[in-house]
Design a protein around this ligand. Structure first.
Ligand code: DP6
Length: 359
């Protein structure tokens, strides 16, 4: 599909009000999106596990209004929130061409997360995807029933314009974003990984070890910009294609060792890019390294298949097969919790994507 296919051409102007509600999960990238061109087009392909428990729940009430400006209020966890408004304003400006009814209604946006706000977990993927899905349901109210495929594609397309990684949160269990030679894909929206995934990856677990719950030192938007003129950018973008191809094969064959190799290397490469940009950053904390070293020792000593990945921050996502759950959780409690801020961690697992909530 092209950008033109996502433009809503006409809609019923007589609908006065309505309410829609969605819950949408976060996702964790295995091959990382880091670097983008204009209009949120990724420089390289990425693939992620959709999560299950870490979600944003958003309800949008829309009411017909006069005037031609954007009009919306945001409530976060029950309280009016001004801090989120600029991001949503930018989002509306970017998507207006595709959802022209945005100026006809006042939107009351009520949103909350299932994970603690100050956990250092990025909520932009779940938040922007939940809002994009609400807008798609409004489009459906005003327009007509879309085929399922179109609905999800356009929701992902809109979510991408809010935050790149958000386009990978609409569906599950694995989603690819960014054109590449190994999978069905698009730069404009996320596509469910179409390959048959080996049973070794069924219900794959993600325990998020909260090393640092503070504000991020670099926002991802600034981080992506650091890839402009980065001395290693070209090689990095090439490497992502190679890693995606390797990961695809490991997912199909059930080869967890190769999976681990790609996933850990991707996480460290992401951080290496930040350490070698200008200006440069170190986002890992001493406890991040402590945990990584302990995971490596644990793997050597026990033949476990647990591995780690990182976002653009200090927290660790520990990924492991379901059949190791009891042992790994024991290991976390005994050895890793002491490196987490206030001993906090969140248990999650691979999930199926967003859900509409009917009240
Ligand atoms: C490190 O999607 O947050 O999590 O498009 O500027 O909103 P924007 O960036 P964002 O970047 C996420 C980067 C990452 C890797 C990934 O999720 O692929």
């Amino acid at each position: 599909m092209t950008e033109q296919d996502f433009i809503l051409k006409s809609y019923n102007p007589h609908i006065e009000r309505g309410k829609v509600k969605w819950s949408s999960p976060s996702n964790i990238a295995l091959v990382k999106y880091w670097g983008k061109r204009d209009n949120q087009i990724p420089e390289n392909p990425s693939i992620s596990f959709t999560l299950s428990n870490c979600k944003t729940i958003t309800e949008v009430t829309y009411t017909k209004k006069e005037g031609n400006d954007f009009s919306f209020d945001v409530f976060f966890e029950g309280e009016k929130n001004e801090a989120f408004k600029p991001k949503i304003q930018t989002f509306f400006e970017r998507i207006e061409a595709y959802v022209p009814f945005l100026r006809d209604y006042h939107f009351k946006i009520e949103t909350s997360n299932t994970f603690p706000h100050s956990s250092g977990i990025a909520s932009s993927a779940s938040g922007m995807s939940a809002l994009a899905l609400c807008l798609m349901s409004i489009e459906e109210d005003l327009d007509m029933d879309h085929a399922d495929d179109y609905f999800n594609r356009k929701a992902s397309f809109l979510a991408r314009l809010g935050s790149g990684s958000a386009c990978r949160s609409i569906e599950g269990e694995l989603v690819v974003w960014g054109q590449n030679e190994s999978t069905v894909s698009s730069d404009l929206y996320g596509v469910r990984f179409e390959g048959e995934v080996h049973a070794n990856f069924n219900n794959y677990q993600d325990t998020i070890l909260l090393v640092d719950k503070g504000e991020k030192q670099v926002s991802s938007t600034v981080g992506h910009q650091l890839m402009y003129g980065h001395p290693f950018a070209k090689e990095r973008f090439k490497q992502a294609h190679i890693n995606l191809a390797k990961l695809k094969n490991s997912l199909l064959s059930g080869d967890i060792d190769t999976f681990i190799e790609v996933v850990e290397s991707e996480a460290l490469t992401l951080h290496a890019m930040m350490m070698t940009s200008m200006p440069y950053f170190i986002l890992m904390k001493p406890n991040t390294l402590e945990i990584i070293n302990k995971i490596w020792s644990y793997r050597n000593e026990t033949n476990s298949k647990a591995c780690f990945t990182l976002d653009a921050g200090a927290n660790i996502h520990m990924l492991y097969p379901e059949n190791e759950k009891v042992n790994v959780l024991e290991f976390i409690k005994n050895e890793l919790v002491s490196h987490c801020q206030n001993g906090h961690y969140i248990c999650d697992q691979i999930g199926l994507g967003a859900n509409q909530i009917e009240d």
